[in-house]
Design a protein around this ligand. Sequence first.
Ligand code: NAG
Length: 193
Amino acid sequence: MYRLCIAFSALTAVAWSQCNGGIPAAEAKDFLAAHNKLRNSISSGNYVAKGRRMPAAKTPIMNMVSFLTWDCEIEKSAQAVANTCVFAHSKNRQNLGENLYTMWSSNKVSFSGMGNKSSNSWENEFQQYGWNDVKLTPAGFSSGIGHATQMAWAKSTKLGCGMKLCDGEKKVLVVCHYRDAGNFLNQNVYEPR
Ligand SMILES: *[C@@H]1O[C@H](CO)[C@@H](O)[C@H](O)[C@H]1NC(C)=O
């Protein structure tokens, strides 16, 4: 019986992110990979948003300028917002961009797959609404691509995300924070070649 319990708990153990926050390591990895895949595709001139190929970036991705890296301090601030279980942008973010995602079910939900689900839902804005200008115009922003442009924003180089199961584990709230903050109107998401 004792051995059985040990085996069971080993099977269900979650590896948490290296920052000892509330996000499983696998989800943190998926967040980072999904963001950098998008950024790499854009910067190399391979990204097609609803039929429109975006221009390559002036600064090649090789020099890592537009790659995002994971940051524990930023993860912590994102987790603090997730812990509120309220789907609303936080106030006083001080140079942090913020993307939110939530989903709920009549059954219990889990963290598993949420890194990809949230990232894909944000990126899908480019596919759904199109992306007509490298510059973030007011019209572009209000077309509904704001999560996607924050993902792609070249001057945001640090990422941290948190997640929380809420409402009796029937809802998950996902929060990603970005530094520097992106989504400044009339600035370029990235510098085109
Ligand atoms: C997330 O997507 C990546 C890339 O498609 C894949 O390799 C990974 O296994 C996915 N993660 C989960 C939890 O399905």
